[in-house]
Design a protein around this ligand. Structure first.
Ligand SMILES: [Cu+2]
Length: 166
């Protein structure tokens, strides 16, 4: 409070003492402390992604007009590993887990680990271009077998499984 008061007073003095150009410099400086504090609180409230601590596996997302698939479709990894899903052909693709099939005590962390621009809960960003990729961390995810699918191609059976071992 005391610091903010001093900052506001000093910026008011600068504003009062100068004309034109000085105003643009003084205003952001006085506002920077509260502005910097605000974004830091937001991610914590939404759940915090845990970084990959093990191996990052590669899965291709492939379509040929008749069949759409993850390659490999079934993968066994260890908790702490990650998987990078890359679009090879016929986008768009994404990676999603059915919330009804993911245990309640896994959902929150897995959702937080799914990268930016999610389509929804447990549903990754839609990857629109060949070469686009999303990397999902399985850090903090308890061992089990998790079904994945591609939302745009679910009806065409673009599905797979990720088995997480301890
Ligand atoms: Cu797809």
């Amino acid at each position: 409070m005391r610091f903010l008061g001093v900052a506001l007073v000093s910026s008011a003095v600068v504003l009062g003492a100068c004309v034109g150009g000085a105003k643009q410099d003084a205003t952001p400086a006085a506002a920077s402390t509260p502005a910097a504090a605000a974004p830091a609180a937001a991610p914590a409230a939404a759940g915090t992604a845990l970084p990959i601590t093990g191996k990052t596996w590669e899965v291709k997302m492939v379509g040929d007009g008749n069949a759409y698939k993850f390659v490999p479709a079934d993968l066994t990894i260890r908790a702490g590993d990650g998987i990078k899903f890359t679009v090879v052909s016929i986008p768009p693709h994404n990676v999603a887990f059915d919330p009804a099939l993911v245990p309640a005590d896994v959902k929150g962390q897995l959702d937080a680990n799914m990268g930016p621009n999610k389509l929804g809960e447990l549903s990754s960003a839609l990857l629109l271009n060949i070469g686009d990729a999303v990397t999902i961390s399985f850090a903090g995810i308890k061992p089990g077998k998790y079904e994945i699918h591609c939302t745009p191609h679910l009806a065409m059976n673009m599905k797979g499984t990720v088995t997480v071992t301890p």
